[in-house]
Design a protein around this ligand. Structure first.
Ligand code: M6R
Length: 357
C-alpha cells in the first residue's frame, strides 16, 4: 500500500534507510558482525572467477558489486548483461561461479543464462527480493534482499539493497580468505542508512534541481569516474525510463572521445564527485563541458566539495558511496517525471518484470 504517498516510487525511495537497517539485522551473526551462509562462502572461495549476470538496474548494482568483491576479497569478477551473455558467451574460467542479480527473480533474459549454466554444471547463486521466484528455485543458493515488495517499475530500493548484500558477501569472503578489512562494515552501513535518511529529507533541493535543469531539456548527461560512473549509468536509466528525457551516463574521461560533440548551450550535465582519487579529473571534465556551454550540476561528497557544487552529500565510507549518491539521482528523476506530467509508477512501454526474452 502506498499510504499517504502520491507514488510507489517515492515511498520506495524513502524506505531505503529502513531496508538498509533490515539487511544489517538479517545478515547479522552472533557477534554483531555481518555474515553470509558458510556454504555460499565455500563456493565463492572455491571459484577462480565470479560471473555476475543481470539486466537493467540489477546489472548496474552488479558493476558496483564487482568493484567491492575485487577490492575487498581479491577475487576476479566479470559483469555481463544477461541478454548478451546468452548469445555471446565469453570464454569461461576453469572454476566459474555464477551470481544472478534480479529483484523479481523472474527476468527471462537472466533465466535463459541460468538454464545454460545449469546445463554446463556450474554452480549459481541468485540475489533476489522474491523468495521462491524462478531464479531462486533454479539456482543452487539464494541471498535475499529483504527490501519488501517493489511496485514502481523504476527500481530504487532493490538497487541499494543489492549493493548492500554484495558488500556483505565481499566482506565475508575477504574475511574467510584472511583479508581483514580495516573498518567495521556494520557500523559503516549504519552510517549509510543515516545519510540516506538525510538525503530523503532533501526532497525540496532535489525538486529544485529537477525544475532548474530538466523542465525543458531534451537530453541530459551524467558523468562520473570510478564507482561514480556506475552510479551515473543508474541515474541516467532512472531519468530516461520515467521522464523520457534522453539521458546517458558517461565515464568522465570518455567524453572527449566523442560524446562532448553533443554538448550545446544549456545542456544539463550532472556530475558526481564522491571519490578522492578522481576528484581533480572529474572536475576537469566539468570544466571541459562548461567551456562548451553545458549547465553543470555537481553533486559531491563532504570533504571533496568545490565552489559552486549544487549539492553536498554527507560523508560515508569511500567504498560505499554508491549507496547514498544514487538517492539524489532517484529523487531528481522522480521530480523531473512529475513536472513533465509523466506516469511515474507506470512508464510507457515498460513492465515491472520482463518475462519475455
Ligand atoms: O527484476 P530484475 O532485477 O531482474 O529486473 C531487471 C530490469 O528489468 C530492471 O532493473 C529494470 O531495468 C528497471 N525498470 C529499472 O528501473
Amino acid at each position: 500500500e502506498k499510504g499517504t504517498y502520491p507514488h510507489y516510487m517515492l515511498k520506495e525511495i524513502d524506505e531505503q534507510p529502513f531496508v538498509t537497517r533490515r539487511i544489517i539485522q538479517k545478515y547479522q551473526d552472533e557477534h554483531g558482525g555481518l555474515t553470509i551462509d558458510q556454504a555460499i562462502i565455500n563456493e565463492v572461495l572455491n571459484a577462480d572467477r565470479l560471473y555476475i549476470v543481470a539486466c537493467g538496474t540489477s546489472y548496474h548494482a552488479g558493476l558496483v558489486g564487482k568493484q567491492l568483491i575485487e577490492s575487498w576479497a581479491k577475487i576476479p569478477v566479470e559483469v555481463h548483461i544477461a541478454s548478451e551473455f546468452s548469445y555471446n558467451m565469453p570464454l569461461l574460467s576453469e572454476k566459474p561461479l555464477f551470481l544472478f542479480i534480479s529483484q523479481s527473480g523472474e527476468t527471462a533474459d537472466s533465466r535463459a543464462v541460468l538454464v545454460q549454466t545449469n546445463k554446463l554444471g556450474h554452480k549459481a547463486i541468485t540475489i533476489t527480493n522474491v523468495p521462491g521466484s524462478t531464479l531462486s528455485r533454479e539456482a543452487d543458493y539464494t541471498l535475499l534482499l529483504h527490501a519488501g515488495p517493489e511496485i514502481a517499475v523504476a527500481s530504487t530500493k532493490a538497487y541499494t539493497a543489492q549493493i548492500a548484500v554484495l558488500a556483505i558477501l565481499a566482506a565475508t569472503a575477504a574475511k574467510a580468505k584472511g583479508l581483514e578489512l580495516d573498518f567495521d562494515l556494520t557500523k559503516e552501513l549504519a552510517i549509510v542508512a543515516n545519510v540516506m535518511e538525510m538525503l530523503c529529507d532533501a526532497k525540496e533541493e532535489m525538486e529544485n534541481i529537477a525544475r532548474d535543469y530538466l523542465t525543458l531539456t531534451r537530453n541530459c548527461f551524467f558523468i562520473g569516474r570510478a564507482v561514480d560512473y556506475y552510479v551515473c549509468l543508474e541515474g541516467a536509466l532512472k531519468l530516461k525510463e520515467i521522464s523520457y528525457i534522453q539521458a546517458e551516463g558517461f565515464a568522465g574521461g570518455e567524453l572527449k572521445h566523442g560524446t562532448i560533440a553533443l554538448i550545446e548551450d544549456g545542456t544539463p550535465v550532472i556530475a558526481l564527485a564522491t571519490q578522492e582519487h578522481v576528484n581533480l579529473s572529474i572536475r576537469g571534465n566539468v570544466k571541459e563541458v562548461v567551456a562548451r556551454g553545458a549547465n553543470p550540476c555537481v553533486i559531491s561528497m563532504r570533504g571533496l566539495e568545490g565552489d559552486g557544487d549544487r549539492f553536498v552529500i554527507p560523508a560515508v565510507h569511500p567504498d560505499l558511496t554508491s549507496l547514498v549518491s544514487v538517492v539524489p539521482l532517484q529523487l531528481i528523476a522522480y521530480y523531473a517525471a512529475l513536472h513533465r506530467g509523466c506516469d511515474v509508477d507506470k512508464p510507457r512501454n515498460l513492465a515491472k518484470s520482463v518475462t519475455v526474452e
